[in-house]
Design a protein around this ligand. Sequence first.
Ligand code: SAH
Length: 224
Amino acid sequence: MPANRTQPPAKADEQQRPRERMVETQLAARDIADPRVLDAMRQVPRHLFVDEGLLDRAYWDGPLPIGHGQTISQPYIVALMTQALGLRGTERVLEVGFGCGYQTAVLARLASEVYAVERIAALFEKGRANLRAQGIENVRLKLGDGSLGWEEHAPFDAVLVAAYTRNVPELLRSQLSTCGRLIIPLGDRDSQLLVLYGKNAHGEVTRKVMAACRFVPLVKNGSP
Ligand code: SAH
């Protein structure tokens, strides 16, 4: 069965041109080379995940506010994090901090199942509505503290954390499968690095710094 069997075919829309331009100038012209990632970024209608008032900036080269002091990441960062996970279509992915659901929609096109957690109820609802409107079905959503992972559905082949913290939460590490990959922004408010962790076949942990970045904080049990 094809991995993205639950996805409806992409529809042409009035924002297709700006989206194509985004893919060419912001992603392919930089270091996004995985054709599956480029294709997913071409398909997912980012403008339908942001507030209507921001429509003219939906495909610009930067982050946008999504309410409640949170942001949807710059398209390049979404693509970079996704590409780093090396998804081939069979994976179970955990996403922490799904906000408006845009990154979730990209992951859903590239993996078999996505388990996504968001702690702010209003954003949980917004993200859920956006994903439903796209007819995406291979995604399970949960309201709560994603730094605890989602034990019930572990282990995950890939974990993507969309908020920064000082150290990798232990439960996210332990819920990663053998050879699984985890990408997370680490640091403090003013200085963060996007770090990719992997495990090789011997179970040894590998670590690679991907980029400097700027995310909102990962809030654990009600405190930053
Ligand atoms: N990737 C999302 C949003 C990124 S902003 C998008 O594309 O819209 C980071 C998100 O992480 C915010 O929505 C914030 O509420 C959420 N978040 C922060 N700490 C969290 C935690 N412990 N568990 C779950 N979500 C968390």
